[in-house]
Design a protein around this ligand. Structure first.
Ligand SMILES: Nc1ncnc2c1ncn2[C@@H]1O[C@H](COP(=O)(O)OP(=O)(O)OP(=O)(O)O)[C@@H](O)[C@H]1O
Ligand SMILES: [Mg+2]
Length: 216
């Protein structure tokens, strides 16, 4: 469960203070699928980074499985992410000198838990598993980063525009896969998207409007 209370976050640029969230409160249950919509620059990526402990905030609290993020050290937050989180980001962050399979293996601390191959297969990228990221397409990289995030079966899966680089057919494959993942593993999945139809498939569809979350 992730609980946000009275959260304020702004970015300071030289003399200017740009607010992103002001007094934001919201509770994500420990199971279920949440989508986040909002115009470009509204704060979707910032929100995902905040709840993952990847960005700091000025006031309020964020509790992840009852641990308050601002009270944890950098190492403490890293441990929390290792234990509970999986990430699929807008920019894939695959390690360029490892094959797609080895990238998935690295996210599982070097151990093949038996989930990697089936995950690659479901996402339609078995054929590229031994290739380096530089030798595959943008859409394949994006699916590879989702496979990497999911193969360790995280309790919390955070995805920033997971279908952003995909054609319609592959986008639907990824959408179904993510929705099934949440159900089968009783996990919390939170994704940011610009695709309204995809957003509506979530159990709860959130919209960031004027520095706050509005539930659709
Ligand atoms: N590191 C940063 N330093 C300063 N300002 C930032 C930084 N990151 C984001 N911002 C600003 O904060 C606001 C929210 O950005 P964010 O990336 O969260 O938006 P977003 O909703 O994810 O947009 P998009 O749909 O384009 O990905 C924007 O106005 C952006 O310019
Ligand atoms: Mg973003």
């Amino acid at each position: 469960m992730i609980t946000i209370r009275k959260l304020s976050k702004s970015y300071k640029d030289n003399s200017c203070n740009q607010p992103v969230f002001q007094g934001l409160s919201y509770k994500f249950n420990s199971e279920g699928v949440y989508s986040i919509l909002g115009s470009s620059g509204s704060g979707k990526t910032t929100l995902l980074n905040l709840i993952s402990g990847l960005d700091d905030y000025e006031s309020g609290t964020i509790k992840v499985f009852n641990q308050e993020l601002s009270k944890l050290s950098i190492e403490g937050k890293s441990e929390l992410r290792k234990k509970y989180f999986g990430f699929g980001y807008q920019f894939h962050y695959l390690l360029e000198n490892l094959s797609i399979y080895e990238n998935c293996l690295a996210a599982n601390f070097g151990i093949d838990n038996g989930n990697i191959e089936p995950t690659l297969k479901k996402l339609g990228i078995t054929n590229i598993k031994n290739k380096l990221p530089s030798k595959v397409s943008g859409g394949e990289k994006q699916r590879a980063s989702i496979a990497r995030a999911i193969s360790k079966k995280p309790n919390v899966l955070i995805l920033d525009e997971p279908t952003g680089n995909l054609d319609q057919q592959n986008s639907l494959v990824v959408q179904d896969f993510l929705l099934n993942y949440a159900k089968e593993n009783k996990s919390l999945v939170i994704y940011a998207t610009h695709d309204v139809a995809f957003a509506k498939k979530a159990d709860k569809s959130l919209n960031i409007i004027e520095h706050n979350i509005v539930e659709e």
